[in-house]
Structure formats: structure tokens, C-alpha cells
Design a protein around this ligand. Structure first.
Ligand SMILES: NC(=O)c1ccc[n+]([C@@H]2O[C@H](COP(=O)([O-])OP(=O)(O)OC[C@H]3O[C@@H](n4cnc5c(N)ncnc54)[C@H](O)[C@@H]3O)[C@@H](O)[C@H]2O)c1
Length: 337
């Protein structure tokens, strides 16, 4: 395939990030954009040089020359566009989380299987600084089995109060927990079997956003590792970076630490001392982004390494965390699948 015809559904903040990558890719062209808000669709079509714009999915999918569709509607509104595009024979790159219910995920996986097209969930942090290196470290012979660890990804209060108009219909678990959970599944190559989580409300509710302040989740993996995952939306607005992302994993012999935001540091401690691998940034830049990778896969006819199954297992685990919070007890993944 010489050039991939791309379309974008949902043209808000992240839809525009996707369009920026589509436009920059030498083997992609932007055919059309779609947003429920027709004025937004029109303005974004002009800004990115799309040939057409639509305010509904049906018309977009009748537009000729579309090979693949990016979906960046709000977290809870991915299913219709994903299933519609797959059934229309398009490959799909959907934003994380794939959906906020297991039922929606299963419908998307069924459409992926029925269509034979690619469905990739944009778990972009697998391409982030340090995490592929951490995965390699964890799977090296010297590391030993992963025993325990923690991962934290949080935002300044600016995100739920100023940046996301729909924060009250989602939560930091769906917005950021989906990323940290995916990183753990990717790095450990293991599935969560049981979760136990707590969450509190108050700070954001007092600012008019009806969503939890944070989630603290203990995750048990089938390889025996126990990981603490923290996701908060109440970091002070004065933080230098809007996002904090760090992880520490302890193996039987070694440990690996990634402090991606704000510090961009990856460290490994072995039996003999501390290693600070250099060049992580350039290695990542050479790998490109998840969006570039998706287009490359469509061009080369290679199924992406992230599929609908990853999205389903991710969502099921987040649903189990919500249930654990609501019922105050550990919840096995098998209960929600
Ligand atoms: N990969 C990442 O790191 C990352 C970062 C931010 C957001 N996201 C994800 O991207 C998605 C969009 O987030 P955002 O911040 O761009 O939100 P946003 O509110 O800025 O944009 C959403 C857009 O979708 C449009 N829309 C809503 N329902 C629609 C429908 N049914 N059909 C067509 N358009 C529709 C809205 O009009 C709006 O323009 C979310 O799933 C979010 O979690 C991913």
C-alpha cells in the first residue's frame, strides 16, 4: 500500500494529537474528519487539510479512500465508532481506555475478529522513555522474578478542573490508571488475577467536578508479583509538569526505577551497584510513537502488537478495581469477565 487514507473520529485535544502524527507520517494522508460538533469538524478539517468533514459516523464511513480510522471520542463513547469502522472494513486505532465496560470491549473484540481488520488500543506509554528498557531489564536472566513494586501516574488538578470537560463522567482510574495498568501488563508479561483497591472523594467534588480524587490499588499478577498502583487527580495546580509518572520494580536480585515525568531518569540497581542507562531518550525517539507504529503496521500489513484483547483485559481489571472500591473487598478478575 503506497499511502494510507486516514480518518479521525473525535477532534478534541487528543484527536488533534493523532491528526498531527497522521499529517507528519510520510505514508499517510488525511482523508476526512468527524466530530459530533460540526463546527469543530469544519475547523479541524481546514487546519489539517482533510478533504472532507462530517458530524456523523455513517457519512464519514461512506467517504471513499479511507483505510484506517483514529477514534478519540470521550472514554465512554468509543464503541459505536470502533465497531462501525471495523464493520465497514477499516483498521482502527482507538484511544485508551478501549471502553469503560467489559460489554463494550467484548463487542469491539467481536467486530475485530469478524472483520479481520486491525484494532489497536493506543497504549502510547509503551513507547515512552524508559519503559521498554525496564521490560528488557525485568526479562534479563540476572533480574530474578519480580517480587513487588509500585507505579504512580497522576495529574495536577488542572486536568479534571480545566482541561477535560467530561471529567465528572470519567475518573483518574480510566484516564491514567489505564496507562499504568497497561505498562505493568506489558513489562511483566503477566495478567492481573485479583485486585484490592481504595478511593476517596472530596477535593474535586468541592471544586464542582463529581469524580474520585484518587485510587490506590493492590494488583496481584499471575506470575506472583504484587504491585501497588496509585492514580491521583489532586496534585497541586502549581506542579511544574501536569503529569507525574514513575515506577519501581523489585526482582529477586535487581531492581529497576523509571522516573519518566518530570525527571526522565531510568536506573537499574544490580548486586554490585547502580547503573544509570544513558541514551534512553534517543532510543525512544528512534522507535517513534504508537501512532506512527500503527500506520507502519497498516502500510506493511503487520498486525499490531497491541490488540483488542489487551484493551479488554485492561478494562476488565479497571472494572474489578471499581468493584473492589464499591464493595470494600478483594475482587478476582474472573468475577468481571
Ligand atoms: N493517549 C493519551 O495519552 C491520551 C491523552 C488524552 C486523552 N486521551 C483519550 O482520548 C480520548 C479523547 O480525549 P480528549 O482529551 O481529546 O477529549 P475532548 O473532550 O478534548 O475531545 C473529544 C471530542 O470528541 C467529540 N465527540 C464526542 N462524542 C462523539 C461522537 N460520538 N462522535 C464524534 N465525535 C464525538 C467531542 O465533540 C470532542 O470534540 C479519550 O478517550 C481520552 O482518554 C488519550
Amino acid at each position: 500500500m503506497a499511502s494510507v487514507g486516514m480518518a479521525q473520529v473525535g477532534c478534541g485535544t487528543w484527536g488533534q494529537v493523532m491528526l498531527t502524527r497522521f499529517r507528519a507520517h510520510s505514508q499517510a494522508r488525511i482523508e476526512a474528519v468527524c466530530d459530533l460538533n460540526g463546527d469543530v469538524a469544519k475547523q479541524i478539517a481546514e487546519q489539517f487539510g482533510a478533504k472532507a468533514y462530517y458530524d456523523n459516523l455513517e457519512e464519514l464511513l461512506r467517504h471513499p479512500g479511507i483505510d484506517a480510522v483514529g477514534v478519540a471520542t470521550p472514554d465512554f463513547a468509543h464503541r459505536e465508532a470502533v465497531v462501525g469502522a471495523l464493520d465497514a472494513g477499516k483498521h482502527v486505532l482507538v484511544q485508551k481506555p478501549m471502553a469503560t465496560t467489559v460489554e463494550d470491549c467484548k463487542a469491539m473484540v467481536e467486530a475485530e475478529q469478524r472483520s479481520g481488520r486491525y484494532l489497536m488500543v493506543d497504549f502510547q506509554h509503551r513507547w515512552g522513555i524508559g519503559f521498554a528498557e525496564a521490560r528488557a531489564a525485568v526479562h534479563s536472566e540476572s533480574f530474578g522474578r519480580v517480587v513487588h513494586g509500585h507505579i504512580r501516574m497522576s495529574n495536577s488538578q488542572r486536568v479534571p478542573t480545566q482541561m477535560l470537560s467530561w471529567a465528572g463522567r470519567s475518573s483518574v482510574l480510566w484516564f491514567l490508571g489505564t496507562h499504568t495498568l497497561d505498562l505493568l501488563r506489558f513489562i511483566l508479561d503477566s495478567e492481573v488475577t485479583r485486585v484490592f483497591a481504595v478511593s476517596r472523594r472530596g477535593v474535586l467534588e468541592s471544586r464542582g467536578v463529581p469524580t474520585p480524587d484518587f485510587f490506590q490499588s493492590t494488583l496481584e499478577f499471575d506470575n506472583g508479583a504484587c504491585i501497588q498502583m496509585e492514580n491521583s487527580w489532586v496534585l497541586p495546580e502549581g506542579e511544574i509538569a501536569v503529569i507525574e509518572l514513575n515506577m519501581e520494580l523489585y526482582g529477586a536480585n535487581e531492581c529497576v526505577r523509571v522516573n519518566q515525568a518530570p525527571n526522565n531518569v531510568i536506573q537499574k540497581t544490580t548486586k554490585t551497584g547502580l547503573e544509570v542507562p544513558l541514551g534512553a531518550r534517543s532510543a525512544v525517539m528512534a522507535r517513534g510513537t504508537s501512532i506512527d507504529y500503527f500506520i507502519d503496521c497498516v502500510v506493511s500489513g503487520t498486525r499490531p502488537s497491541i490488540t483488542g484483547h489487551d484493551g479488554l483485559m485492561n478494562t476488565a481489571t479497571l472494572v474489578a478495581i471499581e468493584r473492589s472500591v464499591a464493595e470494600g473487598r478483594p475482587v478476582a478478575l474472573a468475577e468481571v469477565l
